[in-house]
Design a protein around this ligand. Structure first.
Ligand code: ADP
Ligand code: MG
Length: 248
């Protein structure tokens, strides 16, 4: 039995002449919180989209629990036990927080045969309310998501990624543009979720304090390639990493 949940082998992605991702390989173990960092334009979001089957890699191979993600439809990801958040907010601003979170679960359940045999809302309301409470958004349950603060909307986004009970969640800059209080709250909730459910996380984030305190291991990309991998302490002390961020 392998304890690897995600395997990325020699993945490359070109856009015309741009080498966005260049021969990237790594594995993620079950229950791990892996950080993916790197300067703007270093290929992090492109790599996520290759991992999730939303972009076809120019080369290489990705498996989640041994299953290739190549060409998988977004709706099938949740069936594979995969959740994700996008760099851009993906809430529907006019819908309530509760409806946004329920909707995130509907695609998943809608494709299952069990739908025929379950209650009309398939338990989605209960599950959505549980997640809303978990992220401490209960006071905003019936508020249109668009009238929440940006940080609160990022929390709604995070809650949505957990609706299908994923084994692994990929988060693209969950703390981007979020104030310090919300940042601490988000981090604490992610750690709690990981501890309670053993869910694996791969997290892209620019906020170093957030990444260093959340993640157990960090991979650094620069110009599409992996330049370093290690514990937060190892990454902090790595001269190549410092150069990638400070050098021109
Ligand atoms: P990051 O998320 O690390 O900031 P991205 O993965 O968004 O980086 O981008 C990596 C590189 O690929 C950048 O040079 C970007 O301009 C380019 N890129 C990303 N998506 C596309 C696309 N759809 N078409 C062309 N170039 C792209
Ligand atoms: Mg990005």
């Amino acid at each position: 039995m392998s304890d690897t949940i995600l395997s990325v082998r020699n993945v490359s992605k070109r856009f015309g002449g741009i080498r966005a991702v260049e021969d990237v390989s790594f594995e993620v173990r079950k229950g791990e919180i892996l950080g993916l960092i790197g300067p703007n334009g270093s290929g992090k979001s492109t790599l996520f989209n290759c991992i999730l089957g939303q972009l076809k890699p120019s080369g290489g191979h990705v498996t989640i629990n041994g299953v290739a993600t190549d060409g998988v439809r977004p709706a099938d990801l949740s069936l594979m036990g995969v959740g994700r958040t996008f760099q851009q907010l993906s809430v529907f601003p006019k819908m309530t927080v509760l409806d946004n979170v329920i909707l995130a679960g509907q695609e998943h359940h809608g494709t299952m045969l069990s739908r025929l045999f379950s209650r009309p809302d398939m338990g989605l309301t209960e599950e959505a309310e549980r997640l809303i409470a978990f992220f401490r958004l209960t006071p905003y349950r019936d508020t249109p998501a668009g009238s929440l603060s940006y940080g609160q909307q990022k929390l709604v986004d995070a809650a949505m990624a957990f609706m299908a009970g994923p084994e692994i969640v990929l988060l693209d800059e969950p703390a981007g543009g979020v104030n310090l209080t919300m940042l601490a709250h988000l981090k604490e909730r992610l750690v709690a979720y990981n501890r309670e459910h053993g869910t694996t996380f791969v997290v892209i984030e620019h906020n170093m304090e957030f990444v260093m305190s959340l993640c157990t291991r960090i991979i650094v990309l620069a110009q599409g390639a992996v330049i370093a991998e290690g514990t937060p302490d190892e990454i902090r002390a790595n001269p190549e990493v410092i150069e990638a961020y400070l050098g021109g």
